[in-house]
Structures are given as C-alpha cells and as structure tokens.
Design a protein around this ligand. Structure first.
Ligand SMILES: Nc1ncnc2c1ncn2[C@@H]1O[C@H](COP(=O)(O)OP(=O)(O)OP(=O)(O)O)[C@@H](O)[C@H]1O
Length: 763
C-alpha cells in the first residue's frame, strides 16, 4: 500500500487506487477520525433524566421569581430563538463589529445607569434536570462561614425535605439518595444552556460575546454549562445575593472539554467590568487583574493564543510572562499569612519533565544576557501593560523574588483579583507546590478568587486547597464559598476514545508493534490501525530521542521522509520547541515523539491517536496522555498502550482507567472491552509507596543505565560491538587531548568534559 495514502491526513481517498466498495469503507472510516475536521458535538453526556418537570414547557423567572416576566432575551436551548438575536450569525467584518459594539456599548452604558438588567432564571427542578442529564455535580467544600452557612443550610434542608418525601412514599423523589451524615452539601446552580445567554442573561461585553461566536462554538460543553454562570454571576447562579462577592472554585472535567475558554471568559469579562466601573468615576486604570498559571511553556502559550482570540477588539491584554517583563508589583511589607505553614512544602521540587522545562528556560535566558546588563535592563524597562498574565510557575517566581528562591517572594501583586491554576493538580503536587504557593501568597488582595482546573484531582490536592483557603479567609476576615464541580462519573476516564492495551514480551517487540501501527500488514482498504497524525509518549528524554533516531527513516522520501517525524522534549530550546509545535499543528509533522511535557493541556484538535510507548506512571498520567485525542467530543480517537513484563506491576491503574472509560462509553459487558475482567483481576495491585516512586521516577528499568533503557532493533551482539568501537574512539580522543593539555600547560586542572545532558525524569 502506498505510504502516502497511509499517512495522508486528507480525508478524500484517490478513487483510482480503490475499489468502489473499499473506497466507501475508507471514506466512512476516515470521516469519523478527529483529523477529518468535522465540527464535533462537544457535549459528552446527555442522559435521559426522569423528573416531575420533564415535558413541561419551560417558564423563565426573573430574579424576583416572576414566571411571566417579559422575555426579552433568547430562549436558551431553542435555535429559532437564537436566530432572533442573531448570536450565531456569520461573523461581521471586524471593524464593523467593533464599531457596532462601541455604539452599543455607549447605549448600554446609558441604559445601565437607568435600568438594571433583568436576569431570567430557571426554577430549581429545571436546573436539577439539566445538571443531572449532563452529569454535572456541584458540591460545597468550604467550611461554614458567613453567607456560606446559609447556602449550606439551604442545601441540607433541601435534602431533608427530600428524605421526608421519600418516606411518605413519593415515587420519583424516593429514588433519590438520602443525605448521609457528614456528606457534603450539593448545589444546583443555574446552568448555561446556550452561549446566547452570556450576553442576554449574564450581560457580558458585546465584543467578547462576538468573539465567542466567531470561534464557531454552537453549544456549551458541560464544564462551560456549569461553570460560566457561577463564575460570571455567582449570586444569580446560586440564587443568593450574598454570593455576588464571588466564589473559589475547583473544576474537574474531562480532557478536551473546553476548560480553557471557561476560565478565560470570566477573566476577560472581569477586566472589562472593572474598567467600566472605574470609567464611571472618570479614571481608567490599567492593572494586572488575573494570573493564569500552567505547568509548561507550550500550554502557557496556547492559553495566551486562546485568550487573545477572545479579547480581540476589547483592549484587554493577555500576555505571556517572559524574563525581563516588569509588572506592577510592590515590595513585600509583611510576612504572608501562610508563611508559618510549610509542613506540606518540605519536599524539594522533584526532577520532572515539566520542571526541567523551566530550568532550561532560565538557562537560556541567562545565556542571553550578562548579569549586570540584565539588572540595568530590568530597572530601565517600563512597566508592562498587562491585564491577564499567563505564566509557568518558575518564571513568575523569578520576577517576584529576583533570585527565584522558592520560599518567600520579595514582591507582591496587589492588583490581582483572580488566580487561575490550569492543571491545578500538577501545580499543587510536590513538583511545583512551593512555586505555586509562593505565587498564591504574592496575590495579597483580600478579594483574590482562586479557580483550579484539571481533568484529574486527587483528594489530597482538594484538601490542600481547602486548608489554605480557610487560612486566607481567617487572615483577611472574608467569607467565600469553595465550590467543586465534577463533570462525568466519579471515576477518572476518557470515554470518547478507543483504548488498546497491548502486551509485548520484549522492548524490541514493542518497536515492531509500533512499526505495525505505522505500516499496515497488508494492503487492506481499512488502512493501518492508527492513522497519523499521532503522538508517541516515552518515559524519558533519552528514550524519546532514541525512538526518534530509530524511526526517522521509516517514512519514505516520496511521503516527506524524515520531515514527517519529529521529537519534542524539554531539553530543546524554546524556539525549536515552538517550531515543532507549529509543524505538528499545520500537518507538516505526522508523528510526534515526546515525553510527558506534552501530556497535559496541549490541544491539537486533529490528533487521531496517542501511543504510550512507555506506560504512563499514574492513572492521572494516562488520562491526560490519552486525552490528547478525542478533543471537544471528536470521535474516532485511539489510545494504544504497550506494556512489557517490567510494567506488569504498574499496569493496573492504567487498566482501571480503561475499564472505567469503557464503562462510561457503554462498552462494559459488550465483549468489545479491551481490558477483560480476568486481566483486571489478575493484574497485581500497586502498593502506595511504589505508586509514589513510579510517579516521580518512572519504571526503573527504563531509566538511564537500566537494561531496558535503550530503544533499538540491534541485537545485543551488535550493540556490544558498536559500544566497544565508540568507547575505543572516545578513549583515543581523550588520550590525545590529555597529552596536548599536558604539553601546553605542564599539567593544569583538567576540565570536566564528560557532562552529560540531563534528560527528563532522571537521565
Ligand atoms: N463549546 C465548544 N464547542 C466546540 N468546541 C469547543 C467548545 N469549547 C471549546 N472547544 C474546543 O475544544 C478544544 C479543547 O478545549 P480545551 O483545550 O480548553 O480543553 P481542556 O478541557 O482544557 O482539555 P485538557 O484537560 O486536555 O487541558 C479546543 O480546541 C477548543 O477550541
């Protein structure tokens, strides 16, 4: 079979090369792939829910509870009504849209002064029905303080009422689980059922609303449905004026479910609102209002891009933190409230791919500038005009502390009102914890709201957030609820991806199996099991490099050859990393070999598959890697995981995620499962300590020096021969160098030239 056809990202097969039947099959198969480019339906869940209010025509209420209130906005889940307001109409030329917006805004300003917007809300049963159907669960996590106590009491009272009803024999309500002692209160805020509501019910800025429309998003994803009302107008969403001051928020939602715009929209709206309020007093202040922290540079720049798309024409500046950027900051006047509390932060930052990325960044930057020049430069640079700053932890900490020390920052960021942690579980993991906590401490305004986002959130991370928030609440004497939203079932899963777990006896067998994914065994019309573009994950930088070396000539010249396959890891320069990212995004590169540096957050919409060449080191690791495909509800994504006997002790957590994903996808018991029950039962459980070690260090055998660390198809005899030859050449060079040195200097200090590159987890 023609390799071009195999690897091509195009969706139209060449009719000359195919039979009619085969062609049709191939088209059908390809049309389902994420790379087909079809606009997906981004919602993952829409279960039928039995409810007393089902089938009832929805009536909207205004804030005062008036159901017959005049409906001057769109009926949110009805397309006809949307066409009335023309929210999803094709985008107007930018200048026209902006001009119109400016005029409207002028009008709006005048109207706002005279009349407060009437927000129309759904009644509680309707909220429950929608939230349940989309598997959205809100829980109040924080302790009872101030307004929160009221909220909690209401939620608990509701449950008691339900229990009473069920005892009395209420059929529908009787199916509800009664409250258990010590159970956290569940909340039922207003959901967002259409993007049109953002403008008409939640009053967001017109240009921001236009920019959302321009992106072509038709319906909100579950996390957008649940989080946007709560973050934009918590008082309205929760039906409690007290809450208008804001909430702290944890969102756990599947990979690729659109969390990025969910935190960016309220951040941008927050800036615009603050400007509007200041404007009324006649003074426009440009100040840093929000910080988004992400664990890798790739993710941070992606967030900046997304932010800039949403902020077009609003004047809101979304900026990527760079060395030398001067922010509006103040010297730290007093010790932060949490300084005494460091029991959880004793551990040194672990060596990890993410961290290494940051270290490398510093090294590169410091190479660019000489020490003294750098200081002079810093002083002379004007303050950057930034509204929303996107950063990796260490680069911001470098600015805050001058020396990048992890304990206490010297500067504070007094104007920041919103701290957003994307991939919060990794940012609050010991790997980044000290850095993230130091940034949090530097946000000294009492109103700073924290929002945390990830597809995975361990309970110890939630506990850490709760503890520190309650300390801040005491310190600043504030009361703000911490609310958690979980989308989907409790088990971490990647439901819209096909999972394959493949055992190979040896490392060489793995390489052969990977080649089979690249090349079809026969010239069947269905093509190879995995169609490019795809991402291959390895455990360490050295293994990524070695795998790249091994595969780089596998794609024939006429199909683009070596240029089609690339490797990306944190020891590459920033420029090279971003070039490779662009090439993969534009389709020039078909196979991207990488490490966990790209496992989280990075969004390549058309990735057809993920190969775990090395088993991920945790269940969360698997979720994030597998989640690089099947983005925004796209179907047809495949995640293939190879394992050898070295991995058997650790493969259970991956197998569990696969089983949970297949259960959520309705495959359980269908015979289609890739992890059979007998295998799940047979796999050994991983001890807690082993899990911890594995997460930090990976499978020992694959680390540098381990027997299985290298990737090659050479036999051990060939490898030994090559090694001997290489060592003999190196020894001879060394002898010559030493002789030359001795001759020149008469025996000066020998320079250490054996410095090996640090590669990934431990190499
Ligand atoms: N409502 C929507 N409809 C269609 N596509 C959407 C919608 N919202 C976001 N998207 C798209 O979905 C893709 C994934 O979004 P995003 O990167 O924010 O996911 P995520 O939830 O942050 O994933 P991860 O957990 O992997 O970081 C992006 O390409 C984004 O443009």
């Amino acid at each position: 079979m023609d390799i071009l056809k195999i690897l091509s990202r195009g969706t139209k097969p060449n009719p000359k090369n195919q039979t009619a039947k085969g062609s049709a099959a191939a088209v059908a198969a390809t049309a389902k792939l994420p790379s087909a480019g079809a606009v997906p339906h981004p919602q993952l869940f829409n279960d039928p829910v039995s409810s007393s209010s089902r089938g009832k025509k929805r009536k909207r209420k205004n804030k005062s509870g008036d159901k017959d209130a005049e409906d001057d906005g769109p009926e949110n889940d009805d397309e006809d009504d949307l066409s009335d307001v023309n929210f999803f109409a094709p985008p107007k030329p930018r200048t026209e849209a902006v001009q119109q917006h400016n005029e409207e805004d002028g009008e709006d300003q005048k109207k706002k002064k005279n009349k407060k917007r009437k927000v129309k809300t759904l009644d509680e049963d309707e909220c429950k029905q929608i939230l349940r159907s989309h598997r959205l669960k809100f829980t109040l996590l924080s302790e009872s303080v101030g307004g929160v106590a009221e909220l909690e009491a209401r939620a608990v009272g509701e449950k008691k009422e339900k229990k009473k009803k069920s005892k009395e024999g209420g059929e529908e309500e009787g199916k509800e689980k009664g409250p258990k002692k010590g159970k956290l209160a569940q909340l039922w805020p207003q959901p967002l059922t259409a993007f049109g509501q953002l403008k008409y019910d939640y009053g967001i800025n017109q240009t921001l609303a236009d920019n959302i429309t321009r992106q072509g998003f038709k319906v909100p994803t579950e996390v957008q449905m649940g989080a946007l009302p709560l973050l934009l107008q918590p008082g309205t969403a929760l039906g409690d004026k007290e809450m208008e001051k804001g909430v702290d928020f944890l969102a756990v939602a599947p990979t690729g479910s659109g969390k990025t715009i969910t935190f960016l929209i309220p951040a941008i709206e927050g800036v615009l609102k603050a400007r509007g309020e200041v404007n009324e007093g006649g003074e426009v202040k440009n100040e840093l209002r929000a910080i988004v922290v992400a664990p890798t540079r790739e993710l941070a720049s992606q967030i900046v891009n997304e932010g800039r798309k949403l902020a077009i024409g609003t004047g809101v500046r979304v900026v990527l933190m760079k060395r030398g950027l001067r922010l509006q900051a103040e010297g730290r006047a007093e010790k932060a409230e949490e300084d005494s509390d460091s029991e959880n932060e004793e551990e040194k930052p672990e060596e990890a791919e993410h961290v290494q990325g940051e270290d490398e960044e510093d090294k590169e930057d410091s190479d660019e500038e000489d020490g003294d020049d750098k200081k002079k430069d810093q002083k002379e640079k004007p303050l950057a005009r930034v509204d929303i700053l996107v950063t990796t932890p260490k680069i911001l900490l470098n600015f805050l502390s001058d020396d990048g020390k992890l304990t206490n920052s010297k500067r504070t960021l007094p104007t920041v009102r919103s701290l957003i942690l994307d991939e919060a579980d990794v940012l609050l993991d010991p790997i980044f914890r000290k850095q993230t906590m130091a940034i949090w401490k530097s946000c000294v305004h009492p109103d700073v709201a924290l929002t945390c986002w990830s597809a995975t959130m361990a309970s110890n991370i939630e506990a850490l957030v709760t503890k520190h928030l309650s300390k801040r609440a005491k310190h600043f004497n504030i009361s703000r609820p911490l609310i958690r939203l979980v989308v989907g079932l409790k088990d971490t899963a990647v439901p819209n991806v096909t999972h394959k777990l493949i055992y190979t006896a040896t490392e060489q067998g793995k390489l052969l199996a990977l080649r089979q994914l690249l090349h079809p065994a026969s010239s069947s019309d269905s093509g190879p099991p995995l169609r490019p573009p795809f991402i291959v994950f390895t455990q360490t930088i050295d293994r990524a490099k070695a795998l790249h070396k091994e595969l780089q000539f596998d794609i024939p010249l006429e199909a683009g050859g070596q240029a089609r396959i690339a490797v990306l890891h944190s020891s590459l320069s920033d420029q090279i990393r971003s070039k490779i990212m662009t090439k993969f995004r534009t389709g020039e590169v078909w196979v991207l070999i990488t490490t966990d540096v790209l496992a989280r957050g990075v969004d390549f919409a058309g990735v057809n598959g993920v190969v775990n060449y090395d088993v991920p080191t945790s269940a969360a690791g698997y979720v994030h890697r597998a989640g690089r495909t099947g983005r925004a509800g796209r179907e047809g994504g495949v995640a293939v995981t190879f394992y050898t006997k070295e991995d058997i002790p650790f493969v259970k957590s991956v197998a569990n995620v696969i089983a949970a994903s297949e259960k959520q996808a309705g495959k359980a018991g269908s015979g289609e499962e890739s992890v059979k029950k007998w295998l799940l039962d047979a796999l050994p459980k991983v001890a807690k300590e082993d899990k911890r070690k594995l997460k930090v260090r990976g499978v020992e055998a694959r680390r540098a020096g381990g027997k299985e660390a290298s990737i090659t198809t050479q036999s051990s005899w060939e490898r030994r021969k090559e090694n001997n030859k290489r060592q003999a050449i190196e020894a001879s060079k060394k002898r010559k160098r030493m002789a030359l040195q001795a001759e020149k200097q008469g025996g000066g200090k020998k320079k250490d030239d054996d410095g090996e590159e640090w590669g990934g987890l431990d190499d």
